[in-house]
Design a binder for this molecule. Sequence first.
Ligand SMILES: Nc1ncnc2c1ncn2[C@@H]1O[C@H](COP(=O)(O)OP(=O)(O)O)[C@@H](O)[C@H]1O
Ligand SMILES: [Mg+2]
Length: 178
Amino acid sequence: MTDRSDKPTHQTSSRSHALTLQSASAGETRRLGALLGGVLAAGDIVLLTGDLGAGKTAFTQGIGAGLGVADTINSPTFTILKEYAGRVPLYHFDLYRIEDPNELPALGFEDYFDGEGVCVVEWAERGEDGSGGDAAWPASWLRIEFQKVSSSERTLCCSAMGQRGRALLAEFLRVATA
Ligand SMILES: Nc1ncnc2c1ncn2[C@@H]1O[C@H](COP(=O)(O)OP(=O)(O)O)[C@@H](O)[C@H]1O
Ligand SMILES: [Mg+2]
């Protein structure tokens, strides 16, 4: 990501809150994920938050489809990270078992964030310190907060940070509402 122009001078510190999507089924959530997967590029970071069963893994399965991943994507809860081959590699994180955000640096994730693939992080909130600090992440990301509305309905609140994050949010908006 060193060639991205996310210099602090170009960046507003505020998040862009531009997009709230509704999903009426797991299939629709996967379809939305696939649309995002179609526009992702190496170095992109997608942060997913929300309770158990909110749809983070379903969305990630869609991202995988959009990236051309052939393998079945399931929750990497017991391994924290699973890697899949696609158009670009997919690094699928699940931070459910992280109890303290300070555990993260020792796990060496920065190599993946700066890597050749797309990082999708389930339970991203467990990597954050709760004070609005997002020091765990690189300067640019797309964040999707999943909320259960009913047994079959979900709300996806999308926000972004950094130049690439905002571009990605705009692209996602374009393909998801086309
Ligand atoms: N609109 C929806 N979007 C996503 N999942 C849904 C939706 N409606 C029902 N579901 C169900 O909710 C569950 C979501 O599970 P999963 O994607 O593993 O959640 P998470 O990874 O957030 O824990 C699945 O059983 C899925 O079938
Ligand atoms: Mg999951």
